[in-house]
Write a protein that binds this ligand. Sequence first.
Ligand code: SAH
Length: 508
Amino acid sequence: MTPAAPLVYLVGAGPGDPGLITRRGIECLAAADVVVYDYLAAPELLRHAPAGAERIYVGKRAGDHTLSQAEINRLLVERARAGNTVVRLKGGDPFVFGRGGEEAEALAEAGIAFEVVPGVTSAVAAPAYAGIPLSHRRLTATIAFVTGHEDPDKPESGIDWAALARGIGTLVFFMGVKTLPAIASALIGHGRDPQTPAAVVRWGTTPRQRTVTGTLADIAERARQAGVRPPALVVVGEVVRLRERLNWFERRPLFGRRIVVTRAREQASDLARRLSALGAECLETPAIRIAPPEDFGPLDEAIAALAATDWVVFTSVNGVDFFFDRLEAAGRDARALAGVKAAAIGPATAARLKSRGGIRSDLVPETFRAEAVVAAFRREPLAGRVVLLPRAAGARPVLPRELAAMGAVVREVEAYRTLPEPTDPAELIARLEERAVDLITFTSSSTVTHFLDLLPPARREALLAGVPCACIGPITAETARRAGLAVAVEAPRYTIEGLVAAILAWAA
Ligand code: SAH
């Protein structure tokens, strides 16, 4: 008999950076009917669960236990018994100070099969992101993970403070913010040198990471002055000194900057990923969404007439996608473009034309502007040639007008629409109120106008006063300026890469 598939997965979510979950963890999330997650699990990870999966937040922030441990155990058992695949998503590693052991015991007792998916514990990851290797050949050969939950002054403390103080090189304390003064004095009292370097790392591996360093003698006071609150880890040992040279994460060029990304959700990830990799905290507030045209008729007719077409000019990745969707819907493929020349505005569109259709563009104006396309076409004989322009409804008229002026027979068809996305602006408004937004990015004029529509008209001006914007090119920048926004960055190359490069230069 083959054993039944596990019903409950105790999955380590990793320390906060959503990239630090394991592949197995993502597989489990993708198969979940129910996800039970807590405060320290990166909320972005919930995206990996199916849209219809039940998502249950069970808190567990110090002092705010949305559900008690016994209630969580019962919940897991009950949902599993109802036949669901349950993922219990826990910060860090489930079996390192996370009470995962108790949850597994409850499942074992109820006779429910489970699997444990280890995670990257914050004890390892947060120091790593603070530039502190837990071991180092010259400095220490031993590491201990300790709970800071126990007050060292209590006589019944189960921790051998003398052994920790004198016998272990690197000490990592979980949940030690409140007890930090007692921890430091217990270690000193049991013989550790007061000059031993120490660090407190809060929200490690996330864009909110903050690190305070000092010595055992003064770390408690420094952490207090800096206002450090949980969740934070305390690291004690000579290895903390290495941070001075190895602090890679907090030194990244956009670290600590909060940047709003207004692109359509399907397209935002590329920009957000690049900005995050440079250290920024991205607030994804999609202002637009890409939708099919109301009527595919004109595009379908244009596709049926490809044999009598000389050029197809693609002005965006979306145009390429919708064009090939309809081509395939008609039962055809890229061979329908045999003998038709293709132009792509900008390298991203050209790359999509290549990957989607296997087609190399005959003409790629480097800049994302109709004027540049017109200039590029000046070298081509256009008189009497049929030029198909599949693009968004309401796009600027300059391109068809100029091509027609060069003698082309222009067939402009609607391939897709750009519609406002009804994003909930609550978090955006809260951050703007706190003056905690460092930059707003716009990748098209429609992102500017629909972004503004997300904010209550009466408060718009006050909320956005003085908040700098970064625009992908001059036309977007012009739209932003006309709307009264402060354009601080205008990309000289009208691509996502160019925009990111311009933001970097601005930040420097
Ligand atoms: N199972 C988790 C630990 C849970 S106990 C793990 O393996 O990481 C909760 C404590 O973990 C917090 O109070 C804090 O001390 C620590 N912690 C968790 N995530 C953290 C992070 N991103 N930065 C700093 N400390 C963190």
